[in-house]
Design a protein around this ligand. Sequence first.
Ligand SMILES: *Cc1c(COP(=O)(O)O)cnc(C)c1O
Length: 433
Amino acid sequence: MKYTYLPKQDPEVFAMVGGEARREMEGLELIPSENYVSKAVLEALGTLFTNKYAEGTPGRRYYGGQTFTDQVESLAIERAKALFGADHANVQPLSGAAANLIAFSSWMDVGDTVLAMDLSHGGHLTHGAPVTFAAKAFRFIRYGMKDISTGVIDYGQLEAMAMEHRPKIILAGFSAYPRELDYDRFLLIAQKVGAMAMADMAHVAGLIAAGSLANPLKHGFHVMTTTTHKTLRGPRGAMILSRGKVGNPLKAPERTLENLPTLIDRAVFPGLQGGPHMHQIAAIAVALKEAGTPEFKAYGQQVVKNAKAMAARLKHHGCQLVTGGTDNHLILLNAVASFNKNGAELQDLLESAGITTNKNAIPDDTLPPFRPSGLRLGTPAATSRGMKEPQMEQIADWIAALGRGEAGPEKIRDDVRTLCLKFPSPSGLAEPV
Ligand SMILES: *Cc1c(COP(=O)(O)O)cnc(C)c1O
């Protein structure tokens, strides 16, 4: 990106933008929730749509002057619906955490119950971690894996808990689970107890759009939340997709599955948010167009191939992977069992070699969250740079060599930088004109 005004007007901030651009260009990003937006997405994000208030939905706004905000939001909505086969899309949630709280509040009263994945088995913080406000407002009960060596969910336990506790929502979704879910089983159990089936696909929406993973909505799920900035490769933001009939958001509807689209629109505004971020929505529209192309389909497939290649190579080096491997974009490495280092130590070691990862709990971890036993690795960002299986194997070799203390971080840091410069980040650098 070329910048004309920022370098002159605020050289301090410009220097920081430049520092981050160089960090992204020269370093290897293996955090599975991160990615690089295209330059077109970046340009849309920097537009003057940021100036406009647009509370309400297209055609039903509280302020005037909405000709172009209506157009751009309608375009984003239509693209989201087409991409995921949804009856309705709300593209206004400011982030994934907001989207989940909005979805909960659209369907539940304070004190109601959610059945969600155990956090150490891969569930996300927003699925009711005790430190969240959601955990104070709602009651969370948990299912997990039946067999950690294969990653299969304990659907028998899930059903028994659903029968006993009668949750209002059964939530499928994760941020540290490397396997595919059986959405038909989830839906059957939800139907049996009259719960809403909700999927939080924040991590894997791009892989679903590309057709590399199953789409919960196509399996009959009622609601799907997702971020837009992870595998979907858009700007930071989120969406709530649903089935049902779109009604007038100005009238409070009955709480039925059919009315979910209206319940969700009202839970976004005025329920939990004020004005939507229209520049973010414009950039989401651009990202959704990109996600509908054959190139993106190939990208989604390569992300999974790359993760499998990296996992296989790590195992070849004797590393212990939770569930034994991966079906998606992420790998959960048991750092203690692999290298006799905790996740925080391994994260720091890799960072000193220019490889960014994040420490993560493993199922039923006995170590505390700040120095857990695991390390999470992912391929979405590296794949966006055009890296393929040979590079993934090279990266796995570096991780193993560092973990075992066979190579120093300084030497590997140079190799990492050389590799990264051969595969430039699609977001580009920040340079003055
Ligand atoms: C990342 C993530 C979120 C939260 O998204 P933010 O944009 O960080 O608020 C929610 N759910 C899951 C499963 C996630 O992976």
